[in-house]
Write a protein of this length. Structure first.
Length: 533
């Protein structure tokens, strides 16, 4: 097998404000023609920096040493002209979040045409035909009719397909995919992986795949490089690494999966939350008088209960109504049907009447970096609820902040720091502390682990179990990660396009799903091998 990419003794150091950070330390690996090589490791291990180094896409503060050879040509220290010939032409990238990579002001046609013009000089009808061909190749239906669409008009899976189309536009020899499926639903994730496998075979490409999801690596990669603290601590054929890992860190990563289940719910547990046939329909209005001509049926006839110490897992693809249902139950969006919280129907209550109840119902979001104010210290963020509900911030309130930080596994001495000074897992612990400071009865967890490394996911799941058992919390747990749902939930509700297609005990749903849709979700989550082989 000929070698497409050869990295030898690569080191990357970032120098700023008198200090230095060694992000990559003496890394060496190769990618052969038609081969898939995966680089795995936790956040901050140097995976993405290594990938960006291949074609010198690092900021000016980076000092690079060692060698990166693409088909025998040295990339480290190469001229900008030589690098431009390789970038996007011979080596293409797919990034984790397409919404930050696609220009929100340009149509799909314009964005893909830009690459074709730059690298191939294609314009006009020839470029348009090539764009349609690319979009069809990556599975965009009715591709010609979507040329005028903007990124926000596409689903997450469709946007990722457009990113793949752009990466394939110039027939690259090497495709570098940096966490391309992390934020996607399990069914969409399976489709994207299957698409990449098909394209790799059809185009004869090589693939450098960066991820923290070892389940994907096992089913998708030919060889694996395991990175920790900027170094490759182990590498080899996928089967060898998974069946006989040699390095302690590799063994730690392979063992990082949430197992077991939550503590049983006491038989006398009181019901915290309940609803029957809850409906959330958003009106579609048109014309000068804004007449209602139809409805977006976000949630149809949802019935559920949550008891003290119980977790209801809500699963389904993006757009299925999971988050809308949770927001309706918290009275944050309008709905029809009863919302019974601790024995009282609060449907129709005004904002002022609801305010005292807000301390009893809290929410933790998927992205803590987006939900925590960058201008506030951790002390201010966690104490915010106390200020709102208790007024003055006393020494006793400060002690409460310190106590809850200890409970979620953080040192109170960190209170004066800001969110950007923490890792993703630490920020999620801060978000949980902010929700828990008021000792709520119900906690809504909206994808709280999906963006975290596997080892950090395990820690957060265990933390949530401990808090639930200690305070008899009721959880509404929204997730597309069925492994995490199985480890945390007592009951499961499966949603599709606003409808509840199946609901019941977690063991019954996972072991004997009744609906075709639930079986498809399970297959996507637990049997990806068959889909991408």
């Amino acid at each position: 097998m000929s070698t497409v990419l050869e990295v030898e003794n690569l080191s990357v150091t970032f120098r700023q404000e008198g200090g230095e950070t060694r992000a990559v330390r003496g890394v060496s690996f190769t990618v052969g023609k038609g081969e898939t090589v995966a680089i795995v490791g936790e956040s901050g291990s140097g995976k993405s920096v290594t990938a960006l180094s291949t074609v010198s896409l690092l900021p000016e503060a980076a000092e690079v040493s060692g060698s990166v050879r693409y088909q025998g040509t040295e990339m480290v220290g190469a001229s900008e002209k030589a690098l431009r010939q390789v970038r996007g032409n011979d080596i293409s990238f797919i990034f984790q979040e397409p919404m930050t990579s696609l220009n929100p002001l340009h149509t799909l046609e314009k964005q893909i045409a830009e690459s074709l013009l730059l690298h191939q000089g294609l314009t006009g009808e020839r470029a348009r035909r090539r764009i349609v061909e690319l979009l069809e190749k990556v599975g965009i239906r009715e591709a010609e009719s979507r040329l005028g669409a903007y990124p926000h008009q596409l689903s997450g899976g469709q946007r990722q397909r457009v990113m793949i189309a752009m990466a394939l536009a110039n027939g690259p020899e090497l495709l570098i995919a940096d966490e391309p499926t992390t934020a996607l639903d399990v069914t969409i994730q399976a489709q994207i992986l299957e698409l990449l496998a098909d394209l790799k075979r059809a185009e004869g490409m090589s693939l450098l795949f960066i991820t923290h999801d070892l389940g994907i690596v096992r089913r998708f990669a030919d060889r694996v490089c395991v990175m920790q603290n900027g170094k490759i601590v182990e590498q080899g054929p996928t089967a060898t690494i998974f069946d006989s890992p040699q390095h302690p860190y590799t063994r730690k990563l392979l063992a990082a999966e949430s197992t077991g289940g939550p503590a049983p719910v006491p038989s006398n547990a009181a019901t915290i939350l309940g609803t029957r046939d809850l409906r959330v329909w958003f009106p579609i209005t048109r014309g000068l008088l804004r007449r209602t001509v139809g409805h977006v049926k976000a949630v149809n006839a949802a019935t559920l209960t949550v008891r003290e110490g119980e977790t209801l897992g809500i699963v389904g693809e993006s757009g299925s109504g999971k988050t809308t249902l949770a927001l309706a139950l918290m009275r944050l969006v309008s709905s029809q049907g009863p919302v019974v919280f601790r024995g009282t129907d609060i449907q129709g209550w005004k904002t002022k009447a609801l305010q005292p109840l807000r301390r009893d119902m809290q929410i933790v979001f998927q992205d803590p970096f987006g939900s925590l104010s960058p201008r506030m210290t951790i002390e201010q963020i966690v104490a915010e609820g106390l200020w709102v509900h208790e007024g003055a911030y006393t020494e006793d309130a400060r002690n409460k902040v310190a106590t809850i930080l200890r409970e979620v596994g953080l040192d109170p001495s960190m209170m004066s720091r800001y969110p950007h000074e923490f890792s993703g897992g630490q920020r999620q612990r801060i978000a949980i502390a902010r929700a828990m400071i008021l000792r709520p009865r119900l906690l809504v967890l909206d994808e709280p682990t999906s963006a975290l490394d596997m080892t950090v996911q395990v820690q957060i799941v265990e933390l949530l179990r401990q808090l639930q058992q200690k305070y008899r919390l009721g959880y509404l747990f929204i997730s597309h990660d069925l492994r995490v749902v199985r480890a945390l939930a007592h009951k499961v509700m499966v949603m599709k396009q606003g409808d509840v297609v199946e609901a019941g005990d977690v063991r019954e749903i996972f072991e004997n799903p009744q609906s075709e849709y639930t079986r498809a979700l399970m297959a996507a989550a637990f049997d990806l091998k068959a889909r991408v082989a």
